[in-house]
Design a protein around this ligand. Structure first.
Ligand code: ADP
Ligand code: GN1
Ligand code: MG
Length: 371
């Protein structure tokens, strides 16, 4: 038995998981947490659990983090049941540890456990537009379902998470400190950011003018944060609920486009491959608006295409900042990984700028179909 197996078994015992340990598998999709599938056999039956090490460097207050998640998943369970769905497959179900909490510290690490949703898979690269349309519908419905959730009970799990101006300030500070001695190599990328500083405040200012409301949003709407059904290919469950906070609908829309409508993966170092697929943009927009067009304000609709640019820009700023800080936030697989990601995102920003008129036309056309 290796050390990971020993650790997983001990953690599982603290969450009252019985039976005999059978096997585990690691998931490498995410950039933040450490995620395992652990399989046990109890009275001849296989039972699967998602055992996840919470990244406490990123999520500094696991108590508040889990209060948000348990509150929201309880609420979603009610909504899903009421509409005739299956809450066991359509939202996450977390287990309580023997300390009565939904997280548990073991040998200095913080763990949580939830039910593994079997016969499901995640996608990192869209092959057929219809899949992205389904993702759009899921994130649109996620927002709609949480419409009545008491927003003021939510904790801010990461301060100023999508505050783009603050993200730029953080970058400027990292350039100044130059902790990893990398700033002189990335002057071009830093200038790229500084030349687009004015874009950063547009959505926040629209909110201040009362044109864009705060909503309960997911805030990390990467395609691989949706589970798809192995049998039907439908999108069944929105996962990775750590950043559910009050936010703007445009954050969720834009971040989905950033990741899913890129013609290549976010860490492709061949920038010629990076572009925005208008076909995929249209598919996601259709799915999203089919679920929530009637709820959006005019300003929100008018900024959907822009939000894709803003969220891509912000993510690039964050990758670049982490590169300058010496790779302390995102998991990286090699030395220049964060820089490759940042360059990829900035190339995508330029391509979205080139395509913005066409993207706005697509939004206009589809919006009219759903109102
Ligand atoms: P991170 O915050 O690191 O992105 P996630 O919560 O997104 O972590 O989980 C990482 C991966 O684990 C997901 O992309 C998915 O492949 C898998 N996964 C997470 N939760 C479940 C679940 N309940 N059932 C099946 N697979 C899951
Ligand atoms: C992280 O956890 P994951 O891999 O789904 C990050 C997102 C970034 C994304 C970039 C909590 O998402 O904000 O957009 O990487 N999550 C957090 O791929 O910082
Ligand atoms: Mg994830």
């Amino acid at each position: 038995m290796n050390n990971i197996e020993k650790e997983l078994i001990e953690v599982c015992r603290h969450f009252n998981i019985g039976g005999e340990f059978h096997s585990y598998k690691i998931f490498t999709d995410g950039h933040i947490n450490t995620t395992y599938l652990a399989e046990f056999v109890e009275r001849g039956k296989f039972r699967k659990f998602l055992v996840q090490g919470i990244n406490v460097h990123v999520f500094k207050n696991p108590k508040e983090l889990m209060e948000n998640i348990v509150g929201v998943t309880d609420y979603l369970r009610g909504k899903i049941s009421a509409s005739g769905g299956n809450p066991k497959r359509e939202t996450l179900t977390f287990l309580q540890a023997d300390n009565g909490k939904y997280y548990f510290y073991h040998l200095g690490k913080c763990w949580r456990i939830y039910h593994f949703i079997d016969h499901s898979y995640t996608i990192n690269k869209i092959e057929q537009p219809i899949i992205f349309e389904r993702a759009g519908k899921s994130f649109g419905l996620f927002q709609k379902h949480l419409d009545g959730y008491p927003m003021d009970t939510l904790h801010e799990t990461i301060k100023d998470f999508h505050n783009t101006p603050k993200r730029i300030e953080a970058l400027e500070k990292s350039v100044e400190l130059d902790t990893a001695g990398r700033a002189s190599f990335v002057r071009e990328e830093i200038d790229f950011v500084l030349s687009r500083k004015n874009d950063a405040e547009i959505i926040i200012n629209l909110h201040k003018e009362g044109l864009i409301p705060l909503r309960v949003t997911h805030n990390d709407t990467k395609l691989n944060n949706i589970l798809f059904d192995e049998k039907t290919g439908d999108s069944i469950c929105v996962i990775d609920l750590d950043t559910i906070m009050p936010g703007f609908s445009l954050y969720d829309f834009g971040d989905s486009i950033r990741f899913g409508a890129n013609t290549t993966r976010e860490d492709d170092d061949n920038l010629e491959n990076v572009n925005v697929s208008l076909e995929l943009f249209e598919a996601f927009t259709r799915g999203f608006l089919s679920a929530c067009a009637k709820d959006l304000t005019e300003a929100e609709v008018r900024h959907l295409a822009f939000s894709a640019k803003l969220m891509t820009f912000e993510c690039g700023v964050r990758f670049l900042t982490d590169y300058l800080d010496g790779d302390v936030y995102f998991k990286t697989a090699y030395q220049e990984h964060n820089l490759v990601r940042a360059r990829n995102q900035f190339k995508l920003v330029s391509e979205i700028e080139n395509n913005l008129t066409a993207m706005n036309e697509i939004v206009d056309r589809i919006y009219k179909e759903y109102i």
